[in-house]
Design a protein around this ligand. Structure first.
Ligand code: BV8
Ligand code: ZN
Length: 245
């Protein structure tokens, strides 16, 4: 549906909704200078994310996988949240627990923009987990002193605290995301190609519970055909327009 003024329509839907949920993907951080997964030129050297973000790639070559993460951590450390991140933090301020932010991103920019409650479906690039003693810690060192980094507690090898392809999402976080989407009247889906599951199943789940789904993306995605409203453009420009009071 493309009403004559989609921005105005979006503003009305947000104002009218008792509960709102938002699902973000790599596209919301693109205007902060962080490459998305599937944009032209891919993400790093000539690897595809699906080749590196897997337990098998890490088992086979932990150093190369860590070089990729260390490179991304360096990029993210220099990046700043953009107006799209800040707009979602403002919406949380306004709606309180009637708003739930769900992200596929691991860059932590939503937190740095002031969002307090962020459901991180795929973990966080600033967390490490020891594969020997399972200790999970935040580690903001850029660059890391050695690759793969070692556990301070037991000397074991650390892995990035993210969810790789083929790995289950954190159970409690996933349940909270599903619950928020079942309860919402409006789901805003911003900056995701809606290809990765189970995150991409949240929009159909919202619709099956009678919620409206609004997509914000610079391009067409598999969700565009079923979304109730498609706002075509950069989320850093659109989100402030539809959220600013
Ligand atoms: C699971 C963390 C089951 C790591 C990520 C075959 C074999 C094995 C598995 C599967 C398979 N087929 C399907 C699967 C399931 C698989 C999957 O979905 N694969 C895809 C590729 C088909 N999913 C999984 O494996 C998941 N786990 O299923 O487990 C299970 C259950 C029980 C027990 C055991 C196992 C785990 C998936 C999580 C993978 N980890 N990230 C890391 O980041 O390093 S996913 C990765 O992709 C990122 O999180 C990223 O966010 C996510 C999704 O991509 P997007 O965010 O959408 O980014 P993308 O580049 O694709 O798109 C950007 C969009 O933004 C574009 O549409 C673009 O147009 C738009 N855009 C660009 N600029 C802007 C913009 N929009 C607005 N404004 C802009 N300025
Ligand atoms: Zn350890």
């Amino acid at each position: 549906m493309t009403p004559e003024n989609p921005i105005e329509q979006a503003r009305q839907w947000i104002a009218a909704a008792k509960r709102v949920a938002a699902l973000t993907g790599a596209g919301i951080s693109a205007e902060s200078g962080i490459p998305t997964f599937r944009s032209a030129g891919g993400l790093w050297r000539n690897f595809r994310a699906e080749d590196l973000a897997t337990p098998r790639a890490f088992a086979r070559d932990p150093k190369t996988v860590w070089e990729w993460y260390d490179w991304r951590r360096g990029l993210i450390a220099k990046a700043k949240p953009n107006l799209g991140h800040f707009a979602l933090a403002q919406l949380e301020q306004r709606l309180g627990d009637r708003f739930t932010l769900i992200t596929q991103n691991v860059d932590g920019l939503h937190n740095r923009a002031g969002s307090q409650r962020v459901l991180k479906l795929h973990g966080d690039i600033w967390w490490t987990m020891c594969i020997a003693c399972r200790e999970v810690r935040s580690d903001f060192r850029v660059p890391l002193p050695e690759l793969p980094p070692r556990c301070g507690a037991c000397g074991g090898m650390l892995r990035p605290g993210v969810v790789w392809f083929g790995e289950p999402l954190p159970g409690a976080t996933w349940e909270q995301a599903e619950e928020a989407v079942r309860q919402c009247e409006l789901l805003i889906v911003a900056g995701t190609s809606s290809i990765v599951y189970p995150a991409a199943s949240l929009a159909p789940l919202a619709r099956s519970h009678g919620a409206r789904v609004m997509e914000i993306n610079t391009e067409e995605t598999p969700l565009s055909g079923t979304a109730d409203l498609c706002l075509r453009g950069p989320s850093g420009e659109i989100l402030p327009q539809i959220i600013e009071s």
